[in-house]
Design a binder for this molecule. Structure first.
Ligand code: NI
Ligand code: MN
Length: 224
């Protein structure tokens, strides 16, 4: 399993020959101007919630690639009504896709579309394939994360660390304990003023607790 960071909360995940794109927000992100969105492959697009900084490029990428949009029921209905392909899920449910098993899990946040219409309830994903990956989505620290620690042996967790709209670095450190994973890829930081962080300080806080915070450059990839 290989992950590429496309800035903000957008990830590319490659599992063997399958390409998964998560929360595409590239054309609206000045910091991601080096990314050529038309070169991104996608068989599936996973959407955690409807906010614009997670859905801006869903329609364009799905139209170009024919990717299947995987999200909560309301978000998938929204895109199916635009003629796009989707697979609706809801919290606590899992589905075995051709690349692995996906569970849509709880997040504490909101989920309206940019026009104010209802985008269901926000979530995160646990992907079980050759590796097990938790993508938290936009969320507060929540006790529900303990369920993930109990039921999965995670190889990597992707957690928001930008504070203000989601948990920040200190709560992400507590989340590590709840999910029982000490290798974290941080996201949802630095994109705009509300979520700017001190990166060296964030990494040092993790180091001090013998945990690892990975912060990728935009366009950079890592093996899970
Ligand atoms: Ni959000
Ligand atoms: Mn967001």
């Amino acid at each position: 399993m290989k992950i590429t960071f496309y800035g903000h909360a957008c990830l590319g995940i490659q599992i063997k020959d399958t390409h998964i794109l998560v929360d595409p927000f590239i054309t609206g992100n000045e910091r991601a101007s080096s990314i050529d969105i038309d070169s991104i492959k996608a068989d599936y697009i996973l959407v955690t919630h409807a906010h614009q900084d997670h859905t801006l490029d869903v329609e364009a990428v799905a139209k170009r690639t024919g990717a299947v949009i995987v999200s909560n029921y309301e978000i998938v209905m929204h895109y199916q009504n635009l003629g796009l392909k989707g697979h609706p899920m809801n919290h606590g449910g899992s589905w075995k896709f051709d690349f692995g098993k996906v569970k849509y899990v709880n997040a504490v946040h909101t989920s309206s579309f940019p026009d104010g219409s209802y985008g269901g309830q926000p979530g995160g994903f646990v992907i079980q394939a050759d590796k097990t990956l938790y993508i938290a989505g936009d969320t507060a620290l929540t006790y529900d994360m303990k369920l993930i620690g109990k039921h999965y042996d995670l190889d990597l967790a992707v957690l928001p660390i930008g504070d203000n709209f989601t948990m920040g670095v200190d709560d992400a450190l507590i989340a590590c304990r709840f999910i029982d994973c000490h290798r974290i890829l941080g996201y949802h930081y630095d994109t705009f003023g509300y979520i700017e962080i001190d990166k060296p300080q964030a990494v040092a806080k993790f180091d001090a607790r013998l945990k690892r915070l990975i912060l990728l450059d935009i366009g950079e990839s890592m093996e899970v």
